[in-house]
Design a protein around this ligand. Structure first.
Ligand code: S3P
Length: 186
């Protein structure tokens, strides 16, 4: 685990899924990665909002958490038909149903591994559109991240590729590209 398996070497995947905690930069780096590759880009949360006609916050408020996870699974499965596409998943997407196993079967998963202090720094002030953390004070947010990561990290870690970042740095994109080249994925 952690690096592309032999099967992936020399084999360009049809799609790349970016996974990781809220604030790990899946959308930010996903857009840039897609641009570099000349691929399409899909943000899973945006896709859910478009088909539901509601924001993520409204879906949680009106229909509840579990309903959101159902919509998330359906939207994720639709992406399995897209080709040459980078997909930024929501932080919880790999952790429900068989989503992680299904993504592993349908593309290359890259886990954007990010330390809790960097996640917290990025998420402060960005909480409103994220119902799970909207009401948390700064210290509660840090505890929430640490607690959730103890559970989620193990799931994220099943990705074929794990790439770590420790600060805000555009060079992280180069690191992702280097890893893709190193394993001849591109
Ligand atoms: C969630 C992460 C969010 C969004 C929803 C739930 C989670 O996506 O899907 O608020 O469970 O971690 P981002 O990771 O893009 O913020």
């Amino acid at each position: 685990m952690g690096q592309p398996t032999d099967i992936l070497k020399n084999c360009t995947p049809d799609r790349i899924f970016l996974v990781g905690f809220m604030g790990s930069g899946k959308t930010f780096y996903g857009k840039k990665l897609a641009e570099k590759l000349g691929w399409g880009f899909v943000d899973l949360d945006e896709k859910i909002e478009q088909s539901a006609g509601m924001t993520i916050a409204e879906i949680f408020e009106n229909d509840g958490h579990f309903s959101f996870r159902g919509l998330e699974q359906a939207a994720l499965r639709e992406t399995f038909y897209f080709t040459k596409t980078v997909i930024a998943t929501g932080g919880g997407a790999p952790c429900y149903f068989e989503n992680m196993a299904e993504m592993l079967e349908n593309g290359l998963i890259i886990y954007l591994k990010t330390p809790p202090r960097l996640l917290a720094a990025r998420l402060v002030g960005e909480q409103n559109k994220r119902p799970l953390i909207t009401k948390l004070a700064e210290n509660e947010l840090r505890d929430f991240i640490k607690m959730q990561l103890t559970v989620r990290q193990e799931i994220y870690g099943k990705a074929q590729m794990v790439i770590s970042q420790s600060k805000n740095d555009l060079a992280f994109l180069d690191k992702i590209m280097e890893n893709l080249r190193l394993f001849n994925v591109f």
